[in-house]
Design a protein around this ligand. Sequence first.
Ligand code: SF4
Ligand code: SF4
Length: 474
Amino acid sequence: MKPDRSDFIDEPLIHRLLAETAATPRAEIERIIDKAAAAKGLDLSEVAALIQLEDETLRARMFETALAIKQRIYGRRLVLFAPLYLSSYCINDCAYCGYHKGSDAVRKRLTMDEIRDEVKALEALGHKRLMLDMGEDPVATPIDYVLEAMKTIYETQDTKGEIRRVNVQIAATTVEDYRRLKEAGTGTYVLFQETFHRETYARMHRKGPKHNYDWHVTALDRAMQGGIDDVGTGVLYGLYDYRFEVVAQMMLVQHLEQTFGVGPHTISFPRLRAASGVDLTTFPHLVSDADFKTIVAVLRLAVPYTGMIISTREDPAFRGEIIDLGVSQMSAGSCVGVGGYKAKLDAFARGERPPEPDSTPQFHVHDDRTPDEILRHICESGYIPSYCTACYRNGRTGDRFMELAKSGRIQNTCEPNAILTFKEYLVDYASPETRAVGEKTIEKHLAEIPSAAIRRQTAKGLKAIEEGKRDIFY
Ligand code: SF4
Ligand code: SF4
């Protein structure tokens, strides 16, 4: 084990693989796609070949395979969550972020009372799963602040619901801090590498603790050593050549598998967006929609068992296209500034669009539909929304989860849990239009459960929810 060494990201090897596979023959590409269709993953050189694919017919075939893999493993459910930004104070100087030190962002840090108000608003929007996010500032937001915030969130209940899972995205830290986060009830710990390219990383992270590439790229090792067995990774696409980043992302995946026997629980795909004080024309590696689709599809083929997350950085129409490439989780109704959910909920109740936040957002959101509108759209697209948090609460984490995901047996729990948690949403929070569309979606997905016993049990759960029971899960 090499927790403090980042040499598993082998830059010369990445460049060599990309050069060697730049003109991969059609027959070989077809072989790679056929291999991926068995959902057994791909090796580095196969990933390097696919990420450079330009032939439209082969790309279309790759996209179809990506969707088929996602459906085979996770079914047609889409898990929903909301980010909760606790603080925009930050001592780092990341060139692409509206919160960087020295920007003129209006800073804010939520008090525990404000966190309670935000959580109640999130619960009233139907959310059950949060992603905590904040800038890095050991004075404004030390680890004790994060732990107290988590306790506050888990203790805050609305009349109809509660937050059942808190995932955490905070700066790279020590094994001891990760251990404390785990004890406080962290689900998945997420840390984006932003860019795996060392020279670009140094240029983008000009000052502050995040400047240290080695400390950052080995953070997921320390999280695992601290007992967090579900970790999430991601690249901020647009900082450096996406072909390099995707092969490097796979190197991190392989490193985690080889070192801990478990790959990442999630991979995210944030794409660089405009933000306060960030001029996109100074970034030469921005990723087009077409290339972004290739990135998502290749990673779905390469790491079939992993949850893939898309955020509100993408606009609604494009999010729809990306979902068809194998995305399994998405955020909905997000506020990407500090605070704002309570104001948003009040505005929705008055039938208005949400007001401008009173602190600067981290980046500009491209999907500002309400969760209710998003859910309706998910149903109309043939998917079923899910607020499931069952694996974490049933101890199906780390290698126990991976075993089920890799074999595709996870679907036996994903589908019933999606149906039951979506039913709770429909009964407790949905608008009449969404309820009408949603009930049809539930009927259809219930009928498609292959096992008669699971179907009967799920139908019993639906009846119990109608009668007032909540939080039924498998
Ligand atoms: Fe701070 Fe994170 Fe923004 Fe960097 S990306 S400036 S660490 S909030
Ligand atoms: Fe996620 Fe597990 Fe629920 Fe499936 S059953 S949606 S993998 S928490």
